[in-house]
Ligand binder design. Structure first.
Ligand SMILES: *Cc1c(COP(=O)(O)O)cnc(C)c1O
Length: 369
């Protein structure tokens, strides 16, 4: 934006200074730009198996005339199904246009001028971004061993802190807090702050010490759990995610949410997804075998990597991540540069089919020659 634009003075400083996120161009444009004939998007941790069969059937059954009708304003049927699945009350769920929108609901509900949120410096960036472009400070605690650091977070919490965001498992490192660690943190923090547990990748975790946040909600009245249909359930394009907490907390957050932000098709597909155990099982085994293949190949190439739970891995390259991005694009692979996540020199790669991972390894070898 040019500095002489007349209306710029209407913008608050915190909006003026915020750098807008640049979404990637459509595949056809990118393929022209980089001269590649196929493009594998391994940048957004999408599910290469797509939506479950149940969700695909639900999507096909959606009658086009229904596009003229407003959706359920509170995702009623989906919430009933979620309540059934997790043995809760439907009023404990609030559904949004992706977990991204749910982040904005919580920040809008609780923060006012002068307030801050606390999270890690190397985690999902949207908590920090929403806080910043809304005029609130995001206080960032450094990770320790690629994990959220309880003490560093507690040191940042002050009178003006409203919300603490924990990404479990963490995107992009894949590390997670065990149930004991989470409980200990909750108890040390006390019950005067909101704690958000972002479980976008919970469905991928097999480790038994991983806490299912939904089971802890009855224990902590200040705990909010986020889930999404974008990752395991392969519905990223339909934009749907939700939060769960005790009723009084959900009732407060609901006040700031815009009704009708979640479309009918997304609600229908999400509801159908919840019954697809086979899909979860198949996705996990694809992710497991891709991870073990990829780690072996990376060690052969003497490249170090960081990973844990979730369908992604970070790789350290001997060239800059932005250069690696451009070079890999010419080979038909889109990865995530990690400078923006404060991991310069790293790329994050989503796990995909074996054949795609094999081609990716070849491409990495070529660009590093
Ligand atoms: C992908 C992701 C989300 C957002 O998911 P949407 O539902 O697609 O908005 C939230 N948190 C984390 C950690 C994620 O990786």
């Amino acid at each position: 934006m040019s500095s002489f634009w007349r209306l710029e003075r209407l913008l608050p400083e915190y909006v003026k200074n915020f750098e807008a996120y640049t979404p990637s161009k459509p595949d056809t444009e990118l393929m022209k730009l980089y001269g590649c004939s196929t493009l594998h998007r391994l940048n957004n941790n999408e599910n290469p198996l797509g939506p479950s069969v149940e969700a695909q059937n639900a999507i096909s059954s959606f009658s086009p005339e229904k596009a003229a009708i407003y959706p359920s304003g509170d995702s009623y049927c989906l919430r009933v199904r979620l309540a059934e699945k997790f043995t809760k009350n439907p009023e404990q769920f609030l559904v949004g246009n992706g977990a991204n929108e749910v982040i904005t609901f919580v920040i809008k509900a609780f923060c006012e001028q002068g307030d801050n949120i606390v999270t890690a410096d190397k985690t999902f960036a949207v908590y920090e971004w929403v806080a910043n472009f809304s005029g609130y400070q995001a206080k960032l605690a450094p990770l320790s061993n690629f994990e959220f650091d309880e003490q560093a977070m507690l040191d940042l919490v002050d009178k003006k802190t409203k919300i603490v965001f924990i990404c479990n498992p963490n995107n992009p490192t894949g590390k997670f807090w065990s149930i004991d660690r989470l409980r200990a943190f909750m108890n040390r923090l006390g019950d005067e702050k909101i704690v958000v547990l972002d479980e976008a990748y919970a469905e991928f975790v097999e480790d038994e010490t991983f806490p299912n946040g939904l089971d802890l909600i009855e224990e902590y009245d200040n705990l909010v759990v986020f889930r999404t249909f974008s990752k395991m359930y392969g519905l990223a394009g339909l934009r749907i995610g939700y939060l769960c907490a005790q009723e009084p907390l959900v009732d407060s957050i609901r006040k700031t949410c815009v009704v009708y932000s979640v479309n009918s098709l997304a609600q229908l597909a999400a509801r159908a997804s919840l019954g697809s155990e086979l899909h979860v099982h198949e996705t996990r085994s694809l992710v497991d075998s891709s991870k073990s293949y990829f780690t072996k190949q990376l060690s052969r190439l003497e490249l170090s990597c960081i990973y844990g739970e979730g369908n992604f891995m970070m790789v350290r390259l001997p060239i800059s991540d932005t250069l690696a991005y451009r070079k890999l694009m010419t080979q038909g692979f889109m990865v995530r540069t990690m400078s923006g996540f404060r991991f310069p020199g790293y790329i994050r790669v989503s796990m995909s089919h074996q054949i795609v991972m094999e081609k990716l390894v070849e491409a990495i070898e070529r660009i590093l020659k």
